[in-house]
Design a protein around this ligand. Structure first.
Ligand code: AMP
Ligand code: ZN
Length: 133
């Protein structure tokens, strides 16, 4: 099967991983809306949450752990958890993923959610999340 996130999970395509457990992997979104924008994906291929809703409980511990890691290490003031399901919703990669989007007090509110922060240094953010900076 030709799936981008399966390839990332297999290590065939590089990613900036921030968390992993038996059921899920979390890595930085390559095109973040806000610093620390992360995707949590089930290790098994699940197309979307509408077709296999039980997958949500499988990745829930990873969503919880990664949310805490991101907010603590990056000093975020809040966090959006977003799951697109189906092309109409905006889903573009058809391997289930939860977007975890840390939010900062200088750019609050839903309207600012998808206003991309400029010039996010992914490697620097990754080091901060891993506690290396
Ligand atoms: P969605 O629109 O919910 O399907 O979101 C797909 C997300 O995957 C987008 O936010 C993309 O920026 C992200 N993305 C695409 N390719 C990669 C990649 N190679 N590594 C990390 N994130 C990616
Ligand atoms: Zn997949």
């Amino acid at each position: 099967m030709d799936c981008l996130f399966c390839a990332i999970i297999a290590g065939d395509i590089p990613s900036r991983q921030v968390y992993a457990d038996d059921a899920a992997v979390a890595f930085l979104d390559i095109s973040p809306w806000h610093a620390g924008h992360t995707l949590v994906v089930p290790r098994r291929h699940v197309a979307d949450v509408l077709s296999q809703p039980e997958a949500l409980s499988e990745i829930a511990p990873a969503i919880n752990a990664t949310s805490r890691l991101l907010t603590q290490r990056l000093g975020a003031d809040g966090l959006n958890v977003l799951i697109n399901s189906g092309a109409t919703s905006g889903q573009e990669v058809f391997h289930l993923h939860a977007h975890l989007i840390p939010r900062y007090a200088d750019r609050p509110g839903m309207a600012a959610l998808m206003e991309r922060e400029a010039d996010i240094d992914l490697d620097a953010v990754h080091r901060r999340i891993l506690g290396q900076a």
